[in-house]
Design a protein around this ligand. Structure first.
Ligand code: VGL
Ligand code: ZN
Length: 198
């Protein structure tokens, strides 16, 4: 088996009613479940922050959610508190077929650094371990779906392409935050990295 379906961050906080709700984030769940065919290796990622994480605007006096600040590793969008470890918001959407997953990869668990990508934290250096896992299994083709198109899906897809995987992002099974043109920028970046967009 050389292909895996990588389902990014389909969690309550990214769905309507959640702390960092993505419009229609919940609408993609049935179609994602349908893509988990019997012959597909399914990997889920889960945004998983400690309380008071450095990506939260609440930790930066004078800053509001969705403003950008400078971190030691580069610019960082500041978010509402979201996906706090063990909270309901961090749980997967209740309709997601979690039992089909072979691996659940948690990311963003280090206090001082955010991690959009499933492969590297936002310093683009600290690995999550996913590359080693996929290599060990001989997986070389990835299909990415989930939330949000312009952040965690985008960063994961670009990193995967750079690591040499054949990457497809199925945008019908993704939804975006779209902050100040971030979706257009993400699409351009993914195309430039050689990601196939369907
Ligand atoms: C995400 C912002 C902050 C995502 C995670 O899953 O796209 N976006 N944390
Ligand atoms: Zn996050």
């Amino acid at each position: 088996m050389t292909h895996a379906l990588l389902v990014i961050d389909v969690q309550n906080d990214f769905c309507p009613g959640g702390a960092l709700a993505v419009a229609d984030g919940d609408k993609i769940v049935p179609a994602i479940n349908a893509r988990m065919t019997a012959d597909t290796t399914v990997i889920l990622t889960q945004d998983w922050h400690p309380a008071g994480h450095s990506s939260f605007a609440s930790q930066h006096p004078g800053k509001a959610p969705f403003e950008v600040t400078q971190m030691p590793y580069g610019p960082q969008v500041l978010w509402p508190d979201h996906c706090v470890q063990g909270s309901d918001g961090a749980a997967f959407h209740p309709a997601l077929a979690v039992d089909r997953a072979q691996l659940i990869l948690r990311k963003g668990n280090h206090q001082a650094i955010d991690s959009y990508s499933a492969f590297f934290e936002n310093d683009h250096q600290t690995p999550t371990g996913l590359h080693g896992y996929l290599q060990t299994l001989g997986i070389d083709r990835l299909t990415l779906v989930g939330l949000a198109t312009d952040f965690c899906v985008n960063f994961s897809a670009v990193d995967a392409a750079r690591l040499g995987y054949a990457v497809t992002v199925d945008t019908g099974l993704c939804r975006a935050i779209d902050l100040d043109g971030s979706l257009t920028q993400a699409m351009d970046g993914m195309c430039a990295a050689g990601v196939r967009i369907t």
